[in-house]
Design a protein around this ligand. Structure first.
Ligand code: ADP
Length: 399
């Protein structure tokens, strides 16, 4: 039986794909179709260390997936329905209905559609990806893997907002959390690296990419996370504000006459590092900070301070902490950020080793000092492999 899985991540105007072995994670090819629906789109197909790029109009998701399959035909490897164990889909919002991945059927599509109000930017694109892939691969099981699923273990006191009962009961307003696929992968790898059973390991995991969040993971189960109803809450991100006073909405509306859409757009797309420093890329912020730029220095400080606060809060939530684990582009590569967020915490048992922290690497590694009570780890995430792994598990279970 083949272990080959095609993983699809359909975004609002892009489609990312990877063909990989779900058991070993070995990738055979991957690619991105960008600017779907715009005048000119780009398809990049990477195989055997080579990138094949072409510019052309991509009308919709069906066109995008057909173009990707065409790229497999032309540049390899050959991909046919019989050779696929599953197509694994990233679905952003599963509400409180999915704590595990599921095989896609008509009922599931209706349920994901019902959840659109909770993720109006993401779920419609994910749904389209599911529908198109079902049409193009009718004989291959399609598995939906939800970003929210990992956090369904949060206790009620952690996921409940202090708001009226009707909001919570009728409108499902609560904290859900995201980046769950990454947390599942990273926490398992971190426990392996520590040589401890996952169910006896407590960690604070920091996923610091373009989107950023933190999670408190107790014995392999999420007990709190910084993103909430939407992926806006929590840490400072590339273009998202993270935590702020919810009364800012009313204030902007009353004082400036801004509509809710204006405010949403500003908080999702014009805030975070971009709002603070005029650049959403952490590397650029770091470089400008090193050159003495005041706005970039403030952006870095606000970002690092927010991370540090969450580490303290989640340490308290967990009671006993074995590891702080960093992942995502910033978490994996910025020694400065790790030092700013975790430095001077020896009273909490957290002690970085300066030379380990500063040594560049792409591997999973320990960056704390030998005597540090709490280990500090850097673990590269691999969400596509996790989706493929979970999809295989579901398909095997269903056989
Ligand atoms: P995504 O959330 O889109 O998957 P990534 O996890 O790749 O994003 O993270 C992207 C972020 O990581 C960007 O802000 C980028 O600047 C930052 N980053 C990547 N490499 C480095 C580096 N060497 N030093 C600092 N930041 C980095």
């Amino acid at each position: 039986m083949t272990e080959r899985v095609l993983v699809l991540n359909a975004g609002s105007s892009s489609l990312k794909y990877r063909l990989l072995d779900g058991s070993t994670g070995a990738a055979e090819a991957s690619g991105t179709v960008e600017r779907i629906g715009e005048e000119s789109g780009t398809l990049t197909h990477s195989v055997g260390g080579e990138d094949h790029t072409e510019e052309r109009h991509v009308a919709d998701f069906e066109d995008a997936l057909r173009s990707a399959l065409d790229a497999f035909d032309r540049h390899g490897p050959a991909i046919d329905q019989g050779g696929l164990a599953a197509v694994g889909h990233r679905v952003v919002h599963g509400g409180d209905l999915f704590a595990a991945p599921v095989v896609v059927d008509d009922r599931l599509l209706t349920t994901v559609e019902d959840l659109v109000p909770l993720a109006p930017l993401h779920n419609p694109a994910n749904l389209e990806g599911l529908r198109v892939a079902r049409r193009l691969f009718p004989d291959v099981p399609q598995v939906a893997v939800f970003d929210t699923a990992f956090h369904q273990t949060m206790p009620e006191h952690a996921y409940t907002y202090a708001v009226p009962l009707a909001w919570r009961e009728e409108h499902r307003i609560r904290r859900y959390g995201f980046h769950g696929t990454s947390y599942a992968f990273v926490s398992r790898r971190a426990a392996e690296l520590l040589g401890r059973p996952l169910d006896d390991t407590n960690m604070v995991v920091l996923h610091l990419g373009n989107g950023a969040s933190a999670a408190a993971v107790l014995g392999g189960r999420s007990v709190d996370t910084s993103m909430g109803l939407t992926p806006l809450e929590g840490l400072v991100m590339g273009t998202r504000s993270g935590d702020l006073d919810p009364a800012i909405h009313g204030h902007l509306h009353r004082e400036l006459g801004w509509s809710l859409d204006d405010i949403d757009r500003a908080l999702y797309r014009e805030s975070g590092l971009l709002g603070l420093a005029g650049a959403n890329d952490f590397r650029e912020v770091s470089q400008r900070r090193a050159a003495g730029d005041a706005a970039a220095t403030l952006a870095f400080d606000v970002y690092a301070y927010r991370v540090r606060k969450y580490v303290g809060a989640y340490y308290a939530a967990l009671g006993e902490l074995h590891a702080v684990v960093l992942t995502g582009g910033v978490g994996q590569h910025s020694a400065e950020l790790r030092a700013a967020a975790l430095g001077g915490l020896f009273r909490l048992g957290i002690e970085l080793d300066a030379s380990r922290n500063e040594a560049p690497s792409h591997d999973a590694r320990v960056v704390s000092a030998d005597g540090s009570e709490v280990a500090v780890l850097v673990v590269p995430t691999d969400e596509e492999w996790e989706i493929a792994r979970q999809a295989l598990e579901v398909v095997r279970g269903a056989r």
